[in-house]
Design a protein around this ligand. Structure first.
Ligand SMILES: *Cc1c(COP(=O)(O)O)cnc(C)c1O
Length: 390
């Protein structure tokens, strides 16, 4: 028996090695503070749970759902795009499709648009799926470095002409995992122009659209006039509403983009449990006060981590959005060396920046998914161990 070659081309799972090390330390009785994985620790808001409880008992929800999502769900998604971003006129039948969380839809978009030898333009550092799904589709990933000095936005002028011509998809993700970077409308406009010039489907992964702080509201790329000619946007309830386990989101925008994705999905999955779609509709009517109640937890944690690291000499500013703080490793260390040092000396687990791509080298990522006391404890352990930025 042999595994398919496409599996051999997939880089090892980001956390595989560090998880082995953690398991060994846990077996020795070490109390590990895990800030590596971006999975919200708080429950889904009560008004969403309430609708789910009722929907489960309704037998009309128990059969196969429509592949593309219930009409009611797609209409609620289109309405939310208008309410939240002022994006009007999305047709729920042709310009919106339900997804089983955005990871699934991201992968299937590659299958719908990338052929052997086609390029994909992907951010580095970035969500690992963009690279692995390019490989699954036999495409060639071309990475766009996200650098601190460019506010973690890619430099489009650095993409060679012949690569741009052979590219099928360009992926961006703002607010950004892992860097915490945010995009301006000016940058989105530049991207739409670039993608139109080269006839590349612009794919905006908007997984953190609601996870923003200090009054900041991240924009949609579909707010750019004419963006729908070339762009689709991936929305997810996972992070914003503490719903990672529920597996629901939607994709909206260009009709051909949605049609391609729908065609793949119709052949590989059978949709999202209708009860979950009904709960998701309730999520889209979350009030601003309820949303802020979820976000204030992360904002307080962000402030503890940023102030704590600043007190140890780190030259960082609080990110405006996401579940993460993207932190430079002290001079003289690689990402892997410093992450291992934190684990060995302090029992603290964080994600090495190079796990998100070569341009992530020199950084590590802290996820804001543990209680405040544990974060205080982590900063205390670093101080006691003499770890600082110097
Ligand atoms: C978490 C995450 C996703 C996947 O979210 P799901 O909707 O749960 O599949 C997609 N993109 C980025 C950048 C993420 O961080």
């Amino acid at each position: 028996m042999h595994l398919a070659q496409r599996l051999e081309k997939i880089p090892p799972y980001l956390f595989a090695e560090i998880n082995r090390k953690r398991d060994k330390l846990v077996a020795q009785g070490v109390d590990i503070i895990n800030m590596a994985v971006g999975d919200p620790d708080k429950p889904t808001p009560a008004h969403i749970l309430q609708v789910m409880h009722e929907a489960i008992d309704d037998a009309t929800n128990h059969n196969y759902p429509p592949y593309e999502g219930m009409q009611e769900f797609r209409a609620a998604a289109a309405k939310w795009m208008e309410f939240r971003f002022g994006v009007t006129g999305l047709n729920p039948d042709t310009e919106v499709v339900a997804s089983i969380g955005s990871k699934e839809a991201i992968h299937n978009t590659f299958l719908a648009f990338v052929e052997a030898g086609d390029y994909t333009l992907i951010p580095d550092p970035g969500y690992p799926v963009y690279r692995t799904s390019t490989i699954f589709a036999n495409g060639e990933p071309f990475t766009m470095p996200l650098k601190l000095e460019n506010q973690f936005l890619p430099d489009l002028s650095a993409i060679p002409e012949e690569i741009a011509r052979k590219a099928k998809l360009l992926w961006i993700n703002y607010p950004n995992n892992p860097t915490g970077g945010v995009a301006t409308m000016e940058f989105f406009t530049e991207l739409v122009d670039f993608c139109k010039q080269y006839n590349v489907l612009l794919c905006h992964d908007h997984a953190y659209s609601e996870m923003a702080y200090d009054g900041y509201k991240p924009p949609s790329v579909l707010q750019v006039p004419g963006a729908k000619d070339i762009a689709i946007e991936f929305h997810s309830l996972s992070k914003s509403y503490n719903m990672t386990g529920w597996r629901i989101g939607f994709v909206a925008g260009n009709a051909l983009g949605i049609q391609g994705l729908r065609q793949v999905k119709t052949n590989v999955d059978s949709g999202v449990f209708k009860a979950i779609q009904k709960a998701a509709i309730a999520a889209y009517s979350t009030t601003e006060a309820e949303l802020q109640a979820v976000m204030s937890v992360y904002q307080n944690r962000r402030d503890i981590i940023v102030k704590g690291l600043q007190s140890l000499g780190w030259p960082i500013q609080p990110p405006k959005a996401t579940l993460y703080v993207w932190v430079p490793v002290p001079p003289g260390y690689s990402s892997a060396e410093f992450v291992n040092l934190l684990l060995d000396k302090c029992g603290i687990m964080v994600a090495p920046g190079n796990g998100y791509g070569a341009a992530g080298e020199g950084f590590f990522r802290i996820a804001l998914t543990i209680p405040e006391e544990r974060m205080q404890e982590a900063i205390g352990r670093m101080k006691d161990a003499g770890i600082c930025y110097a």
